[in-house]
Design a protein around this ligand. Structure first.
Ligand SMILES: [Zn+2]
Length: 143
């Protein structure tokens, strides 16, 4: 099949079909589409629930996008009030590593892979287990 059989008008796909779509940003506060890139406002805030799958150096930071300075201020305030819990971040790092690991792994190996001390990795596991117990207590069954 050649390209002459492709739809005509409105077919904007890149030649290889894998082009990066240039999607507009959404305001994290109100969800409105920010049509003009020049109107996008950003803030980088500490957030122990945020991990960056592309680059672990971005772990613990969240990039906020807003349509207005008021909405950016509201978003920043939410994260200013949210406690930064290192154990939450360590738990997320451990979970990410476990998802990429086949078979059993020692805590020490896990800690090295996550760039954590064994105590930090254990604290992350403990934090995650405590949340799982809370979930089970509240909802029953498996989390
Ligand atoms: Zn907004």
């Amino acid at each position: 099949m050649d390209d002459t059989n492709r739809p005509g008008d409105g077919w904007d796909e890149d030649e290889d079909g894998y082009g990066e779509p240039d999607l507009p940003e959404l305001c994290d506060e109100c969800g409105v589409t920010i049509e003009d890139e020049a109107d996008e406002l950003y803030a980088l805030v500490p957030d122990s629930s945020a991990i960056n799958d592309a680059d672990p150096r971005g772990d613990g930071k969240r990039l906020l996008t807003a349509c207005s300075i008021d909405h950016l201020a509201q978003l920043v305030e939410v994260y200013r009030r949210r406690p930064f819990q290192p154990e939450e971040l360590w738990a997320a790092k451990v979970c990410r590593e476990l998802a990429q690991t086949d078979g059993p792994v020692t805590l020490e190996a896990l800690a090295v892979a996550c760039d954590l001390s064994p105590q930090q990795a254990q604290s992350g596991v403990d934090w995650h287990n405590a949340r799982a117990r809370e979930w089970r207590h509240r909802f029953g069954g498996e989390p």
